[in-house]
Design a protein around this ligand. Structure first.
Ligand code: HT7
Ligand code: ZN
Length: 872
């Protein structure tokens, strides 16, 4: 099929004012009756065409008259109806098969036939799997939904909107009705039906509305929803204060499911969550997972304004809601936790997931120009890079200006389907500035390289910093234009003091933002007594790759002296790259020595937060090292990264590491406060380092930690060390974990994940054993991701074998998975991104496996688009 193109966008010829949906629910079959009041665009003349996939049409009538077979055509996922007029009422009745739906799109069954429940997933184009409808986000309609089902099997019936009656029917059946007063696009429709328990809390919004907050799950896990409910209340209050946004229905339902393709879904009034991002308890969740629950609860809640009240005109504008909502969640999480640690976490994710995407065959702009399968565009580029673009805009306006801009955006576009241009106009108009130059960031793929070069003129006491930019060609975009790049910078002297910045006619400050919008731009600083050390892109002020020829000593200085935690970390990461390079090409400038010295002195100094210290002592990941190379050998990268850490551990010393481990191992396992979390994080790092210089000692400590841990963070950290190091104690701990968590799918996922992380050639055997474990199934996305996602995307030295067996195993499973769940198959296939930069033996093996998969035929649109793009 031809791609769908942004430039071909046309207003909908037909839209829908109101929808009445009557749904008769059953496990094997469900019947949906839809009454649509139609609105015709007077300037267009196309016949009425509705989307519909996998629907068995049982009845159809127009304006109360049953249609004969000549008055409509139902072909290729489109229903074309003759005779419709502005104001016509179209009624259709269709049959669906929820239990047979393994793609988890539309109406499907979560869990078993006997005890599971029914739910829907409509974003992006799932509503067409439920009824015939113009299934596009610019058709906003008012929904009235009536659900009917057997009371014993489906005691709970939920849909988005406010409850509007419920009652009994004959033969043990019952009904419930919901009316959503807010017009919404079809992708925000949702229903849930089954045996569920809830916890609830009353909430009064800042503007005085009483809201019932209700979290639902299967009975055995309802006690694990309390943390999420607290997080929900926190983020609701935060949105009232930070953005003046109040919740707008009488009830807010949140439901947990173990069968979900993504993290969660912001359906209006009825959010649905992958259980992984809703359930939390110390026995089965790590500290990181607690933070993820808080972040995802907030993200979905924030969508109520950025996504739901103001939605997207078309799917090309996806980042309008996703990038903006990620940014809002980042602000919230920074406020709730440590801003520096949050920024480190977000920038690491960007570099691990988005930079490689932008550098390979799947590169696309934040606002793509075309797609074949929209589900393939829920990417790190749209989400994470999109959030960075909003951050640049917010930075350029300042906090008050950004708030003014957001207020105007909501005022202008509430109840509308908007575009990225609308967003930039509102932000700009509210502040009388033109932000349109930033639009080019949305249309241009690839990570810009920002090259910086400093010249010091001792006679004039001037320091000239020249900043230039260049973006490499990406697929279908050979030419690139310069972008506005805000570079926040400071200068330090060689004792680590920050210098006042004297530029033309301005009062000196110690930090400044220079917007580089040309290919090359010099900036002159006066009254500089000696060559300074520049600290560039502070706070990661733009999503670019910085190229500056730092000497190791300069980075060590920033790592030790920069007052900002994030910038210290940045300097440490940069120094670790130099240290890594120096391992195989030693130079006089001992970068490795500088890195080890600086970290050892911070480690001994104890003046720094434990969690930040743990982050500082973690070198960039294997994927980030690979991103800087042209002939990638993942085994070598793994070995060199390990060697780097071994040297750090040796430099600090075995005794010191043991002493610090014991000082940190002082209980508080179940306490979630920042101090205890930080202790656990540093303890884990110390244990991992110790394992590289005193394997026996570290394994003994890890085994003991595993046995005595009362919380999952310490338990999993210990298990990870034992398993990844293939310690003799690993088998016993794994057997124990397997049995202890046999009935806890989220914890059991970690058992699969940790074993899929075994580095090197041993990984494959581990995967082969694990996939025949009775608990393994490709049908559950979390389980499939835990095993194959971790292996293929999170374990480069295990997956990229020279014999190509990793590639063959993955492509075989992708073909199987594609028949069940194309969205998940396509996502896992992105592990092949970057295969062209592998060294030649692996490259050839990857190509052979990919070509064989492409030639199998019968692949879904989702998977074939990814494989086709990856191979181009
Ligand atoms: N907006 C949600 C996207 C989503 C989704 C997309 C495709 C297929 C399944 C999906 N489930 C959820 C998630 C979010 O960004 O909040
Ligand atoms: Zn989102």
């Amino acid at each position: 099929a031809a791609p769908i193109r942004l430039r071909d966008y046309r207003r909908p010829p037909w839209s829908v004012d109101t929808v009445e949906l009557d749904v008769d629910l059953g496990i094997d079959t469900a019947e949906v009756t839809a009454r649509l009041v139609l609105r015709r665009d007077a300037e267009q003349s196309q016949p009425l065409r509705l989307d519909g996939e996998g629907l068995e049409l049982l009845a159809i009538s127009l304006d109360g008259r049953a249609l004969d077979a000549n008055s409509y055509r139902h072909e290729d996922s489109v229903l074309e109806v003759d005779g419709a007029k502005d104001g016509s009422v179209l009624e259709t009745r269709v049959r669906l098969k929820p239990a047979a739906n393994t793609a988890l799109e539309g109406l499907y069954l979560s869990g078993s036939r006997e005890t599971g429940f029914l739910l829907t997933q409509c974003e992006a184009e799932g509503f067409r799997h439920i009824t015939f409808f113009p299934d596009r986000p610019d058709v906003l309609a008012r929904y009235t939904v009536t659900l009917r089902a057997d009371r014993e099997r489906f005691p709970v019936l939920l849909a988005g909107g406010n409850p509007n009656g419920a009652g009994e029917l004959e033969h043990g059946r019952h009904w419930a009705r919901f009316i959503d007063p807010h017009p919404k696009p079809s992708y925000l429709f949702a229903l849930v039906a089954g045996r569920l328990k809830n916890i609830r809390r009353d909430y009064i919004t800042a503007d005085g509305r009483n809201v019932a907050l209700v979290m639902w799950s299967e009975a055995n896990v309802i006690d694990r929803c309390h943390y999420a409910l607290d997080a929900l209340e926190r983020c609701m209050r935060w949105d009232e204060k930070a953005y003046g946004r109040n919740y707008d229905l009488d009830v807010f339902h949140v439901v947990a499911t173990h069968d979900f393709n993504m993290g969660a879904m912001e359906n209006k009034g009825l959010n649905i969550f992958n259980a992984k991002y809703l359930l939390a308890d110390p026995d089965s969740s790590t500290d990181e997972e607690y933070r993820a629950v808080e972040a995802v609860v907030a993200h979905e809640y924030f969508h109520n304004w950025t996504g739901n009240r103001v939605t997207c005109r078309d799917w090309f504008q996806l980042s309008l809601k996703e990038g903006l909502t990620v940014f809002r969640e980042q602000q919230f999480s920074a406020d709730m936790n440590s801003p520096s640690l949050k920024r480190i976490e977000d920038v690491s994710l960007l570099r691990r997931a988005q930079f490689p995407e932008d550098a390979g065959p799947l590169a696309h702009p934040v606002r793509p120009a075309e797609y074949r399968e929209i589900n393939n565009f829920y990417t790190a580029t749209v989400y994470e890079k999109g959030a960075e673009l909003v951050r640049m805009l917010a930075g350029s306006l300042g906090p008050d200006g950004f708030r003014r801009g957001m207020d105007l955006y909501f005022e202008r576009h509430d109840g509308q389907a908007a575009t990225i241009e609308d967003f930039l106009s509102a932000l700009g108009d509210a502040n009388s500035v033109d932000l349109m130059p930033y639009l080019s960031w949305y249309g241009q793929a690839g990570t810009p390289r920002l090259h910086a070069h400093g010249e010091y003129d001792a006679a004039r006491k001037e320091y000239t910093l020249t900043l230039s930019q260049h973006t490499r060609a990406t697929p279908n975009q050979p030419e690139k234009t310069p972008l506005p790049i805000p570079v926040k910078l400071s200068l330090f002297d060689h004792s680590g003091n920050v210098l006042p910045l004297h530029t033309d006619g301005q009062t000196p400050e110690t930090e400044k933002v220079v917007v580089v919008s040309k290919a090359s731009q010099p900036i002159v600083f006066r009254h500089i007594d000696a060559p300074p050390v520049p600290s560039l892109l502070r706070g990661f002020s733009a999503p670019v790759l910085l190229e500056y020829g730092y000497a190791p000593a300069e980075l060590a200085l920033l790592l030790t002296h920069d007052p900002d935690g994030f910038n210290r970390w940045e300097a440490g990461q940069h120094l670790a790259f130099l240290a890594f390079d120096s391992l195989h090409a030693p130079t006089d400038n001992d970068a490795c020595g500088a890195w080890c010295d600086a970290l050892a002195s911070l480690f001994h100094g104890r003046a720094i937060d434990d969690a930040l210290l743990a982050d500082l002592m973690t070198p960039p990941g294997e994927i980030e090292f690979a991103d800087r190379q042209t002939e990638v050998d993942p085994a070598k990268i793994h070995a060199h990264r390990q060697e780097l850490q071994r040297r750090l551990a040796a430099h600090i010393g075995i005794e010191t590491l043991h002493a610090r481990y014991h000082a940190l191992n002082v209980g508080g396992d179940l306490k979630l406060d920042a101090g205890n979390q930080a202790k656990r994080q540093l303890k884990r790092r110390v244990l991992e380092l110790l394992a590289l210089v005193d394997a026996d000692g570290a394994h003994a400590l890890a085994a003991k930690q595993y046995e005595s841990a009362t919380g999952m963070t310490d338990r999993l950290a210990a298990l990870g060390v034992l398993v990844r190091q293939r310690a003799p104690q690993a088998a016993k701990a794994l057997a124990h974990f397997r049995e202890r968590y046999a009935d806890n799918p989220l914890a059991l996922d970690k058992w699969f994940t940790v074993q899929a992380q075994v580095p090197g050639d041993a990984a494959l055997a581990s995967i082969r054993t694990l996939e025949i474990d009775p608990a393994f199934t490709l049908k559950n996305p979390n389980r499939a991701r835990a095993l194959f996602g971790t292996f293929a995307s999170g374990n480069p030295s295990g997956f990229h074998r020279t014999d190509g067996e990793g590639y063959r195993l993955l492509t075989d499973r992708l073909a199987q998975l594609d028949a069940l769940n194309p969205q998940i198959a396509a996502r896992l296939a992105t592990a092949f991104n970057g295969w062209q930069r592998l060294e030649s033996v692996r490259r050839e093996a990857a190509r052979t496996a990919l070509v064989a998969l492409a030639q199998r035929g019968g692949l879904s649109r989702n998977l074939s688009e990814i494989i086709g793009n990856v191979l181009q």
